[in-house]
Design a protein around this ligand. Structure first.
Ligand code: MF3
Ligand code: CO
Length: 249
């Protein structure tokens, strides 16, 4: 069942989402060669305390940290550690909070220092694919319109869409219906209605779409060692189209 949110509930989701966006902006300025993902996790958790928000991921199915940090060939759900990030790395940061009973969830992928042109392109195409999907969010459109817009944007530029992980509805739970694949067929799937709130999150690989999970039972990596990027926004369906609740900037 897809739970529709009232405009007052969306106001509350906006508050949660703004905290997530602010913390990601803070993290963006900290990502330089030499910082560890442990340090980034500490910063995110401290900022959340200051904002009186609870970190959404910590303890979720026993996930051990507040932030997911996934460098290079890690796709999602990387666990923070004390290894310093290096010049030329990329790192995906995924963060969520619960505030006033509602969740907000967003992710960005950042360059560490100076990165290769091919990595720059992966980040750009992944972020733009998120916006290509969001552009399709409007009442009366279908979920397949969002999914296929992402897939077409990515595949026509030579990258591949991860199949094994998907976006999701969000609200009083981190993961609500519907599931939101980043591949699909336009005109198919659930019809979008005002009050739906969607966490849209393309996970895009440089080479093959195939992924596997490491022995820590969390970290998802590409099978071929190619780079992977991830961008996510929490987006409300409005009467006229959409509102990006986690808008950064
Ligand atoms: N943005 C991810 C998701 O929506 C984060 C979940 S990580 C977990 O699935 F640690 F909480 F599982
Ligand atoms: Co999510």
């Amino acid at each position: 069942m897809i739970i529709l949110k009232s405009s007052r509930e969306i106001d509350r989701m906006r508050s949660a989402s703004l905290i997530v966006a602010e913390i990601l902006i803070g993290l963006r300025s900290l990502v330089v060669p030499g910082i560890s993902t442990w340090d980034l996790d500490y910063f995110a958790a401290s900022m959340a305390v200051k904002r009186k928000a609870k970190c959404a991921f910590k303890g979720y199915h026993n996930y051990p940290s507040s932030l997911c940090c996934s460098p290079n060939d890690q796709v999602v759900h990387g666990i923070p550690n004390k290894n310093p990030l290096s010049d030329g790395d990329i790192v995906s940061l995924d963060f969520g909070v619960i505030y006033d009973d509602f969740y907000g969830d967003a992710a960005i992928t950042l360059p560490v220092g100076v990165i290769k042109a091919s990595a720059e392109r992966l980040l750009k195409v992944t972020e733009e694919s998120l916006y290509a999907g969001i552009e399709m969010v409007a009442p009366g459109n279908r979920l397949g319109d969002v999914s296929s817009a992402i897939q077409n944007y990515v595949e026509s530029r030579g990258f591949s869409v991860v199949r094994d992980f998907v976006g999701h509805g969000i609200g009083r739970a981190l993961h609500e219906e519907p599931q939101i694949p980043n591949y699909g067929v336009s005109g198919k799937g659930v019809k979008l209605r005002p009050g739906m709130v969607l966490a849209i999150e393309p996970m895009i690989n440089e080479k093959s779409h195939e992924v596997r999970i490491l022995d820590d039972n969390w970290t998802v990596v590409t099978c071929d060692g190619g780079l992977s990027a991830h961008f996510e926004h929490t987006v409300a369906v409005t009467e006229s189209g959409y509102e990006i609740l986690t808008r950064i900037n």
